[in-house]
Design a protein around this ligand. Structure first.
Ligand SMILES: [Zn+2]
Length: 419
């Protein structure tokens, strides 16, 4: 039944991307009631007079896109400097990042650390225009781990405490008890998923990229606490050793994973883990890292992983590990977000790249049927685009032109169909 006052909208003459099957369904009609999809059909449909009709003109209609690895508070590539900014300024800058992500077609994002429940509420209440936010809160890091940004020489644990929970500085935890407490704290602060640093990283000053972080007992404790709250853990990891340990401890997705080999991918497959590569951030930093003042040590680490990113995608695919769309961009480099599609289509067909940013991401986030799919019951998040997405995703690389209508939760965010 349609509730009284619920707006009914119909998108007709649509070539709908069936993300489960990975193909187009031309001649489809999408019926939207309020903020949800009520029906998608290729049968002729009698449209009642009260409905608002959108004629897609035979164009492709895609589910709203999902980026499963973003940092919406990362207004700067200088993560230490960012942590020193007042929360009000970080929030103000985040509102711009959120709006621009939405306008690139990303109606949902999984924040891989930094965003808090206040930002999520601001989007839910319509104060900020932006993607639906699934937050991790602070990333959990061991002392000297990937989210421990303290320069050598700084001994205080609290120097970079960001009390508002903004910025990308980690919750530092050592030992099973501290790890449990740190995860529980993120749960208390409304996390949708728990981010743990299971290996070295590029942007952190003191950890070797190929090292492992946290003991197995600590990793298992983090996963157990996440699952106790009906959440799951995602782990930052590059090397086969770090990835294997994280997956064996029960982590659901591996973030980056550039250095994986076939044996590691098989371990991921046997544990049902997902891979979330973030190719665009390496491309961006390779172009700009020197100018941005990154240290030679950090740029050396970047070089180690950059060229292996696409290999990791190929290896994961070959072993049957589901590959999810992620970007991990910082500061002014956020504009490169749609470029991830172009990088990935070197290793997979366009339809599969689109699945990685829709239904596969939804499965990872345990949101299948709600996002990433144009089916009855899902949020009415959709894009009407020019071009044939089975051939090329070029329309997404230039979203201002290529996305002709953008709808989120039944609300038309922008529309240039009748122009
Ligand atoms: Zn990240």
């Amino acid at each position: 039944m349609v509730a009284a006052g619920t707006v009914r909208q119909v998108v007709r003459n649509a070539s709908v991307f069936d993300s489960a099957a990975g193909c187009m369904r031309p001649g489809s009609t999408i019926v939207i009631e309020g903020d949800r999809i009520a029906a998608v059909t290729q049968e002729p449909l009698q449209v009642d007079d009260a409905a608002r009709v959108i004629d897609a003109g035979g164009r492709a209609v895609l589910p709203g896109l999902i980026d499963a690895h973003v940092h919406v508070v990362a207004a700067s590539h200088d993560l230490v400097g960012l942590a020193m900014q007042p929360a009000s300024l970080v929030t103000a800058q985040s509102s711009t990042i959120l709006r621009e992500m939405l306008h690139r077609g990303f109606t949902t994002v999984r924040d891989a650390a930094g965003a808090d429940h206040g930002l999520r509420s601001a989007v839910e209440r319509g104060i900020f225009e932006g993607p639906r936010l699934f937050i991790a809160g602070a990333p959990i890091s061991q002392t000297g781990g990937h989210a421990d940004m303290r320069p050598q020489g700084v001994k205080s644990r609290e120097m970079f405490c960001s009390c508002a929970g903004l910025g990308l500085i980690g919750a530092i935890a050592d030992g099973v008890g501290e790890v449990r407490r740190a995860v529980r704290e993120q749960v208390r602060q409304g996390a949708n998923q728990i981010k743990i640093m299971a290996g070295g990283g590029i942007s952190s000053p003191t950890d070797p990229l190929e090292g492992t972080q946290f003991s197995m007992d600590e990793l298992r404790a983090a996963v157990e606490e996440a699952e106790a709250a009906n959440l799951y853990a995602l782990a930052h990891a590059y090397s086969p050793r770090a990835v294997t340990r994280a997956v064996q401890a029960g982590v659901r997705s591996i973030e980056h994973g550039n250095l994986i080999d076939e044996a590691t991918a098989r371990v991921m497959k046997s544990h049902g883990a997902y891979l979330v590569p973030t190719l665009s951030t390496y491309a961006a930093l390779a172009d700009e890292g020197t100018r941005l003042g990154w240290s030679p040590a950090m740029l050396d680490k970047l070089q180690m992983v950059k060229d292996r990113g696409l290999d990791a995608v190929r290896i994961a695919r070959a072993e049957g590990v589901p590959v999810v769309f992620g970007t991990d961009l910082l500061g002014h480099m956020h504009g490169r977000q749609p470029g991830e599609f172009g990088l990935r289509t070197a290793a997979m067909p366009p339809a599969e790249a689109l699945q990685s940013a829709t239904i596969v991401a939804a499965r990872l986030m345990r949101q299948e049927g709600r996002i990433g799919q144009l089916v009855a019951g899902a949020w009415a998040d959709l894009l009407v685009v020019d071009g044939d997405p089975m051939q090329s995703l070029a329309m997404l690389a230039d979203p201002a032109q290529g996305i002709r209508l953008l709808m989120q939760g039944g609300r038309v965010v922008r529309d240039s169909l009748v122009a």
